[in-house]
Every structure is written in C-alpha cells, then in structure tokens.
Ligand binder design. Structure first.
Ligand code: ADP
Length: 262
C-alpha cells in the first residue's frame, strides 16, 4: 500500500467497509458525538465489527467520551492503526493527531482537507461491518469536505434536540444531505424528556416531539427519542461508554431500537 496515492489508499480502505453511517447535526451541543459513540457501541454489542471515526474539528470529543485522551495511534508502514477499545470497537479521532484538542479549529481549508483524507485513507480499519462517522456540526465547509471525501455512504443520522431552534437546523442538515445525494436514514431527537430519578415520571424540559414533527415535515424517517439522562453526562465525563455500563436504562433501550431500525 505504501506506493499508492492518497486517493487510491482511501478507495482501498473504504472498500473493506460494508456500511458507512454519518452522524450529523445542524449545530453543536445537541449530543451528536454522544449519539455517534453510543450507536457505534450498540452495533458492536450486536456482534458487528465496528469502527468509529471522529472528524469533528470543533474540539473532537470522542477521545474524552471514551477516556482515550492523549493516546496516539500506532503507525505502521501501511498507515495508522485505530485504537481498539473494550468490546473490540476500533476508534480513530482527529484528536489523536492534535497536540491540543482545539488546535484544528484554526486550520485553513486545505489543511483540513488533507487531515480528512489522511484519516480516511491512512487508517487501517481492516474489514468492518460498520463505520460510524462523527461529523463536524452544521452545514458549512467542514461537513461538506468530509461528505465529499467519503465515497458511497449508506446515509446520515441527523441528531437534534426537541426545541424549535434546534429542529430548524435539522431541515438545513436534511437539505445538505439532499444536495449531496446522501440518503437521510432518519432523525434522532436527543435530550427528549428527563426521567425523574425519584418518581420516574418524564419531565418535558425542552418539550417533546419537535424532532418527530420536523422529520414528518421534511419527509424523512424518525428514528426515535433519547431521554435526557444524568447518567449520560456522568458516563461521558468519566469516559465510560454509557451504553456498556447502563444497559437497563430507557436511553440504552432507545439507542438499541435506533440501531435495529438502521
Ligand atoms: P455535540 O457532539 O452535539 O457537540 P456532545 O455529544 O458532546 O454534543 O454532548 C454535549 C453534552 O451533552 C455532553 O456533556 C453530553 O454528555 C451531554 N448529553 C448528550 N446527550 C445527552 C442525554 N441524552 N442526556 C444527558 N446528557 C446528554
């Protein structure tokens, strides 16, 4: 592989991956990375060979979510090896290549394109059933470049929260996918209702159903709701994949249902 061009390497590597799922959001902070990580793990728990690729230039959060901060991928003569975590899932993040987590925010376009191509072309995933790709937020140059670099994605999962301002961003993401001929697999409404830890009643902190209504209006599937769960924050901050350690929660069940419908 050493003598192949970047584009040839990228094609070779991507051919060994059966399904590529993009995880998008119209804006930051809606839980896109959390959803990407937990969907990837839910697939791995089903016995799939899964890779998770984090190309969010705005402070890649996958290393933190999986407690892999400061790790560097092993480099072989053929490329970089992703880091394998418990359960066998393979992980690669832009964050592994940066000195500081927010270094890439100031990169200019060509440098970002180079980094994306390198992440897609140089990483030795081996044979995978699924590659879940945590995208940069929004619909600007960065997600556009990533989308154009990944050949033949199966489709995109669009993450939103239930409030109106967030769901308006969903329609931008759906339009973005349509313009690039990327199928929209569906919308996930995250932080949808808070399960009270005392009485187990659901409190609709940000209302509910906004994501579903928007999915209907945009004529794309609605994949389901993930409740706001304080355990998700704690697990994320501690770098313990939520779904591994809290399999009996409503949120974990919601992630499993979404994976089944992909
Ligand atoms: P994004 O990738 O969209 O910027 P993150 O996945 O980094 O968002 O999530 C932002 C914050 O929200 C994190 O602290 C994460 O733990 C928290 N979070 C995400 N989803 C949930 C949820 N369903 N319940 C509780 N906290 C959540």
């Amino acid at each position: 592989m050493a003598n192949l061009s970047e584009d040839e390497k990228l094609k070779r590597n991507m051919e060994r991956i059966a399904h590529k799922i993009l995880v998008l959001s119209g804006k930051g902070g809606v839980g896109k990375s959390t959803v990407a990580v937990n969907l990837a793990i839910a697939l791995a728990l089903e016995g799939m060979r899964v890779g998770l690729l984090d190309v969010d230039f705005h402070g890649p959060s996958v290393p933190t979510l999986l407690h892999l901060e400061g790790r560097r991928p092993e480099v072989t003569e053929n490329g970089m090896l992703p880091i394998t975590i418990e359960g066998g899932m393979k992980v690669m993040s832009l964050g592994f290549l940066l000195q500081r987590p927010d270094d890439a925010v100031i990169w200019r376009g060509p440098l970002k394109i180079g980094a994306i191509k390198q992440l897609l072309g140089d990483v030795e995933w081996g044979d995978l059933d699924y590659l879940v790709i945590d995208f940069p937020p929004g619909t600007g140059d960065e997600p556009l470049t990533v989308a154009q670099t990944i050949p033949e994605a199966d489709g995109a999962v669009v993450v939103t929260t239930p409030q109106d301002v967030s769901t308006i961003d969903v329609s931008k993401s759906v339009t973005f996918c349509r313009q690039l001929n990327i199928p929209v697999l569906g919308v996930v409404e995250n932080m949808s209702g808070l399960v009270c830890p005392h009485c187990s009643k659901v409190i609709d902190l940000f209302k509910q159903g906004g994501g579903e209504a928007m999915a209907k209006r945009m004529d794309v599937p609605f994949l389901g709701r993930i409740p706001l769960d304080p355990e998700i924050v704690e697990a994320s901050d501690a770098g313990r994949p939520f779904i591994y350690h809290h399999q009996n929660t409503e949120a974990a069940a919601a992630f499993r249902r979404i994976v089944e419908s992909l």
